[in-house]
Design a protein around this ligand. Structure first.
Ligand SMILES: [Zn+2]
Length: 478
């Protein structure tokens, strides 16, 4: 029997607000453990939460970006459960009246445009962190409650995803959107973007849903793809051998690529949700929505389309150049300085991206600023350096931040354009290669490339190709 997978993703995105969602404590990552706390986020009796408006703005940005509907009246609810790193004994979340409903995330899968519908987007607070020792004999589990009360949005997709690769593309697109909006840094390794996957299988053609499992502990986009692939295979093996899939929560271990049972899956009624009596209904009017809409930045898809239409670069280049907001900004800054989008794109797509990969760094850490790369490209355009020399110069610029003209003159990289100098070199080449000259003159014109090569060798690649070519041709055709 052939099976298909039914996958839904729940993504938690940590919002980049300065303070926490219900108190004034800093939400900054990496502070001294248990230092960024107050009675509210510690859950001390009598402390009252006050909603952070910025967190609401950020949630609205996301809802508008994915074409969702804003819940004009949304309600915060208490989700009750016990965890050592949740001192309140409940998490403030949203339940039946979330701030956002519907919307979709689109991406291109092998040339085909796909769109995954969203169920909801809601606001909630994060719990703290338990720091477990490497193994039980090494000490105690310690609790850091700094993260308690950090604002999150949870983005829940419909079970519309059918393959692990679609899940990968969906997450990639979602990550791009939150980064472009500037509401989350998208860092899965540090946990500011977290994903849980609900996975089930069913025979192809079947419309009812099979029993699902929830896979947690997915800390990279590739990891999500691998974990889902594993879980689909496991479920098919269980069902094919006559067994039944058990509803449970699984922990994915990226080291061995397997999922391990963590607990039987709880139902929402286990959490005893009820409206938080300390928080009033969140009412969002049209004016507030319009204000957020007016401040929306250009989103990844729009920017890709603009790169193609405004700069005339291929769709593939536009796709690569808009992968991250920083790279897209870098590209536009280079174009601004050199005025040639195609050359800028070529340089970034090849030389720059190769260096980033080698050095395993981000474009923001790259040694050559867009202004300098623009200047370099400008010099190629103005024929102040040859393409070959430009590559050498690029190499030097990685560790030399001095003025380009200084490096060019110090290293003797200026092109040889002086026809007198070039003519002397050409005469010598012709004298040194009488056989080739004779064959060329008998009609073997392909040998022209040989003479160009010789001339480039004699000038260490610095002969200006146009001048040199013209002079060489004139001399050979004499
Ligand atoms: Zn606090």
């Amino acid at each position: 029997m052939n099976y298909e997978a039914v996958i839904g993703l729940e993504v938690h995105a940590q919002l980049l607000t300065k303070s926490k969602i219900f108190c004034g404590c800093s939400a900054h990552f990496g502070q001294q453990p248990n230092s960024a706390t107050c009675p509210v986020c510690l859950g001390l009796p009598g402390a009252l939460p006050v909603l952070n408006k910025r967190a609401v703005d950020f949630a609205l940005k996301m809802i508008l970006a994915v074409g969702g509907r804003v819940g004009k009246q949304s309600v915060f609810a208490r989700k009750n459960y016990f965890y050592p790193d949740l001192p309140k004994g409940y998490q403030i979340s949203q339940y039946d009246k979330p701030i956002g409903v519907g919307g979709a995330i689109s991406f291109i899968d092998g040339g085909i445009a796909k769109s995954i519908n969203l169920t909801r987007i809601h606001l909630e607070e994060d719990a703290g962190k338990s720091l477990h020792p490497e193994n039980a004999s090494q000490g105690y589990t310690r609790v850091d409650v700094n993260r308690c009360g950090t604002p999150l949005i949870e983005i829940v997709s419909e079970p519309d995803i059918r393959t692990p690769h679609e899940a990968f593309l969906y997450l990639h697109a979602l990550k791009q959107i939150v980064e472009y909006l500037g509401i989350c840094d998208g860092n899965m390794e540090e946990g500011s973007l977290r994903c849980d996957a609900n996975v089930s299988i069913r025979p192809i053609g079947e419309t009812t849903l099979g029993t699902k499992t929830e896979v947690k502990n997915l800390n990279s986009i590739r990891g999500v793809e691998r974990a889902i692939t594993y879980e689909i295979g496991r479920q098919i093996a269980v069902v094919s051998s006559g067994g039944k899939v058990v509803q449970q929560t699984l922990l994915y271990n990226d080291a061995d690529g397997k999922c391990y049972p963590m607990r039987s899956k709880e139902e929402s009624h286990d959490y005893r949700y009820f409206p938080d009596p300390d928080l009033v209904t969140l009412c969002i009017d049209d004016f507030w929505i319009a204000e957020v809409a007016a401040s929306q930045p250009e989103l990844p898809i729009a920017r890709r389309e603009r790169f193609v239409s405004n700069y005339g670069i291929p769709a593939y280049d536009a796709e690569v150049l808009t992968t991250t907001l920083q790279l897209a900004d870098y590209f536009e800054a280079v174009v601004e300085h050199c005025g040639d989008a195609k050359l800028a794109s070529n340089w970034i797509m090849t030389e720059v991206l190769a260096r980033l990969k080698d050095q395993q760094i981000d474009i923001s850490e790259f040694a050559i600023t867009p202004t300098r790369l623009g200047e370099l490209i400008g010099k190629i355009k103005a024929k102040a350096i040859t393409g070959k020399i430009a590559k050498d110069l690029f190499e030097l610029m990685l560790s030399d931040s001095r003025d380009l003209d200084v490096i060019i003159s110090e290293k003797g990289l200026a092109p040889v354009t002086d026809s007198g100098d070039l003519k002397k070199l050409i005469d010598k080449i012709i004298a040194d290669h009488p056989d080739e000259v004779a064959r060329y003159r008998e009609g073997k014109t392909k040998l022209f490339a040989f003479f160009v090569g010789q001339l480039m060798k004699a000038t260490q690649g610095k002969a200006d190709p146009e001048t040199a070519g013209a002079l060489l041709k004139a001399r050979l055709d004499e």
